[in-house]
Design a protein around this ligand. Structure first.
Ligand code: ATP
Ligand code: MG
Length: 445
């Protein structure tokens, strides 16, 4: 993309309404624009990252054997009356009537909708196990929408639902989700720690929330510092293997890690003092096993092996895709701007032309641009007629991990400058070597 032809409305001033870094930087980098409280337009660069995160979520869900689909954002109140949640959910649910006076709502979550689909089409235990998921907009009329996309009213979320014949099968689905979530967050450059949580209005006893540690997080968390040393890495997991999924779950959940809702001082006191940590965290996902709560209330049964109908065991699982962008920025920024992890960056490399209009500099930038495209990478070329300082400030603000600076003086010596956004370190290389180095970094992801 050439910056002169893109739509990147960066702001010079720091917006007064933004209290935390990610909100401030998303506004300043021209990623989002508020349309009303907790509701945002996703401008091109913000949208690009949202799509990237969505793709990672899809890839990891499909890898785990889960099946993508899409349900509507608007639902009828009837289904929610069947489960008993229409009255239980409270004012966070946005309710309205259509022209026929039918009660409708904007889905805050979809347990009822998916159970309705399931009971209409699945009759036999032979069709199990089944896990369906979607990535779709949700609406919750939050009392205090704030921190930009972190606590929006309209937000983008992956929600998945497993249907199993037995509790044992459903617990395998639970473990499988935990493993796939660990992989998902790591690909986004984040450490998200599974913590024992409270199930809230969804119900059920088995539930973990995934938290990214950050000072600006809304949850208070308590954990054993050993847990932050764990990484999932590039291990190969067979998602059908109960033993393998169970082993990962045990590895990542055996140390103390709880949110304030489930925190227990007495148990925490057993953790050696030097490893006890109290911190703040951002909730970026949650998994639940809730047994037959919805299937019994809504008649989602299958014919079991003995011919008798049995209610299916269910769980649900969510990833806050739009909130994750805020979490990634909270964990990856400095006073100049965002620092995107390579796995989610909107463009792979920035090209800064120090002297737009100089024949040699223009030609060198063009050829770098084409060479990156030929390698399947997306460069962002700042081809505007602007001062170098302004171009650098924009690149630092939008946070591309690598920048190549091209100017007449360097070109005379046959070099361009390659700069790492995270370390700030620069080196002079031939254009070919710079291309190879950047391409190699992305190829290794
Ligand atoms: P919270 O406790 O933050 O209100 P929740 O526990 O009600 O969230 P879930 O029902 O578990 O949320 O939804 C799954 C994920 O969706 C959450 O882990 C979070 O990342 C994201 N999410 C929930 N509410 C919002 C919101 N208002 N804005 C943005 N993301 C949200
Ligand atoms: Mg939650």
């Amino acid at each position: 993309m050439r910056l002169s032809r893109y739509f990147l409305p960066v702001l010079k001033e720091t917006p007064a309404e933004a209290q935390i870094a990610s909100h401030r930087l998303m506004l300043r980098a021209g990623m989002i624009k508020q349309s009303s409280a907790g509701i945002y337009s996703w401008l091109p660069m913000g949208f690009k990252i949202l799509r990237k995160l969505e793709n990672i979520v899809h890839e990891e869900q499909i890898r785990a054997g889960h099946i993508p689909m899409l349900m509507p954002t608007l639902q009828s109140a009837e289904l929610w009356r069947e489960s008993g949640r229409y009255d239980a959910y409270g004012p966070e649910m946005l309710r309205f009537k259509d022209r026929q006076d039918r009660e409708m709502l904007y889905g805050p979550t979809n347990e009822e909708a998916i159970t309705d689909i399931f009971r209409a089409h699945v009759n036999s235990y032979k069709d199990l196990p089944l896990t369906l998921y979607q990535v779709q907009w949700k609406f919750r009329d939050e009392m205090r929408p704030r921190f930009g996309v972190m606590r929006g009213r309209e937000f983008f979320m992956k929600d998945g639902y497993n249907f199993d014949l037995t509790q044992e099968d459903a617990l395998h689905a639970y473990n499988r989700h935990l493993v796939s979530y660990l992989r998902t967050y790591e690909r986004m450059g984040l450490q998200a720690i599974p913590m024992r949580a409270d199930s809230g209005p969804i119900g059920g006893e088995n539930t973990h929330e995934f938290l990214v540690l950050a000072e600006t997080g809304e949850s208070e968390v308590f954990y054993d510092s050993q847990i932050t040393e764990l990484t999932f890495g590039d291990r190969e997991i067979d998602y059908d293997s109960r033993e393998q999924c169970q082993a990962v779950l045990e590895e990542f959940t055996s140390r103390y890690a709880r949110t304030d809702e489930t925190h227990d001082e007495a148990i925490f006191a057993e953790v050696p003092e030097e490893r006890r940590r109290t911190a703040r965290g951002i909730e970026v996902g949650q998994i639940f096993y809730f047994g037959t709560k919805y299937s019994e209330a809504m008649g989602a049964t299958v014919q079991g092996p003995d011919g008798k109908p049995v209610p299916v065991h269910m769980g649900s699982h969510g990833i806050g895709v739009s909130r994750l962008i805020g979490a990634i920025i909270e964990a990856n920024h400095d006073d100049k701007g965002i620092i995107w992890p390579e796995g989610v960056t909107p463009f792979h490399v920035g090209i800064v032309n120090l002297k737009q209009g100089d024949e040699e500099a223009d030609a060198a930038c063009e050829s770098l641009y084409k060479a990156f495209e030929a390698k399947g990478l997306e460069p962002l070329y700042d081809d505007r007629n602007e001062r170098a300082g302004g171009k650098f400030a924009t690149m630092d603000l939008i946070g591309l991990p690598w920048r190549i600076t091209v100017g007449p003086r360097g070109l005379k010596a046959g070099v361009v400058e390659l700069t790492c956004r995270r370390t700030g370190e620069s080196e002079e290389l031939s254009p070919e070597a710079a291309i190879e180095k950047v391409a190699g970094i992305y190829a290794a992801l």
